[in-house]
Design a protein around this ligand. Structure first.
Ligand SMILES: *[C@@H]1O[C@H](CO)[C@@H](O)[C@H](O)[C@H]1NC(C)=O
Ligand SMILES: *[C@@H]1O[C@H](CO)[C@@H](O)[C@H](O)[C@H]1NC(C)=O
Length: 316
């Protein structure tokens, strides 16, 4: 009898240990869809082998999803006759990789219909993209449910590229992040590009309404201006190794070669500068903090109840 009670207690302890806050856990699909990790990794890897620039898109997609309405795949919903979705906001410009999510979802629906949420697919795909590009490997808790709201006006909650460090600290702080976690998450810019439209405010304008941002290196300002000569949609990589997940982004900030105001400000502000210098010097520390911050971001306002969409672009 005592033994039975002890065993029960042990089971309870183990279950509690494996449960994450928000009812998510690492082994959420172990009985219901054991192939889930494999299927998503395969979809991500085959798409990124064909186009490595999509890795940045998948990470941005997860960030965008979690910062608006929580990590509930609201970012994937298409607009309908009576609703303009987040997707159709100008903030969507760097979002790419929807086809990868659709591909993974389609295969999952064949293996285990109605089980794996689109929100979990987005979170796992971002994680797999980080690893594919040479970043840290990490496990994430799963069990998110999909949301039903996606409104264009909600995208004003995304940080615009002109924010300064104190504004970034404040905005990320509202989501429960420390300044250090904010700087680590900004390191996601180690992958991908920015468009001229998001940094041309830092360059001298033809009508002299604004002068050159003094925090840009003298040579680098020419690089940026040159990119902008090709128009507002011209792309500038955040660092020299745009498809490689490394700490080159922080090295660029040290050289005053950050692309957006919201990048370079992390080096200008004495509060965040030591963090930038730390990550520039020690890539392992950046990787460690980045994966922890990503796991934390993946838990933002997750929904424990709700639906699992059959098609990630439409509510059921
Ligand atoms: C982004 O929004 C614009 C309208 O602002 C829309 O035309 C475009 O198709 C959207 N892009 C994606 C990838 O959904
Ligand atoms: C950041 O911007 C805010 C509001 O625009 C301003 O009050 C603050 O002084 C700025 N901080 C720095 C460090 O420039």
């Amino acid at each position: 009898m005592r033994l039975k009670k002890m065993t029960m207690l042990m089971v309870v302890i183990i279950v509690v240990m494996f449960r994450h806050s928000n009812g998510l856990n690492m082994n959420y699909y172990i009985m219901t869809c054991p192939m889930v990790e494999f299927i998503i990794k395969n979809s991500v890897n085959s798409a990124l082998r064909a186009d490595p620039t999509l890795a940045a898109g998948l990470i941005r997609m997860h960030f965008h999803d979690c910062f608006i309405e929580g990590c509930d795949a609201s970012v994937l919903l298409d607009s309908t006759k009576d609703n303009t979705a987040e997707k159709d906001s100008p903030a969507n410009l760097s979002l790419r990789g929807y086809e990868i999510i659709d591909d993974a979802k389609q295969q999952l629906e064949m293996q285990c219909p109605g089980v794996v949420s689109c929100a979990d697919i987005v979170a796992m795909a971002a994680r797999d993209a980080v690893f594919f590009a040479g970043g840290p490997v990490y496990d994430i808790p799963k069990g998110r449910k999909d949301g039903t709201r996606s409104k264009i006006e909600d995208t004003r909650n995304l940080p615009p590229p002109i924010l300064n460090s104190s504004e970034l600290i404040k905005m990320f702080g509202q989501h429960g992040f420390t300044a250090q976690e904010m700087v680590a998450l900004s390191g996601g810019h180690t992958l991908g590009v920015a468009r001229c439209s998001s940094f041309k405010n830092r360059l001298k304008s033809f009508d002299s309404t604004h002068e050159v941002d003094p925090s840009i290196d003298n040579q680098f300002v020419k690089t940026l201006a040159n990119t902008c000569n090709a128009g507002d949609n011209a792309e500038q990589p955040f660092d020299a190794s745009r498809n490689m997940f490394d700490n080159a982004y922080y090295n660029a900030l040290q050289r005053q070669a950050g692309v957006l105001s919201s990048d370079q400000t992390l080096m200008t502000d004495p509060k965040t500068r030591p963090i930038v210098n730390g990550y520039a010097m020690n890539q392992a520390m950046f990787f460690f903090d980045f994966q922890r911050a990503m796991i934390k971001m993946g838990l933002l306002d997750v929904k424990e109840t709700g639906q699992v969409r059959q098609n990630c672009r439409k509510i059921n």
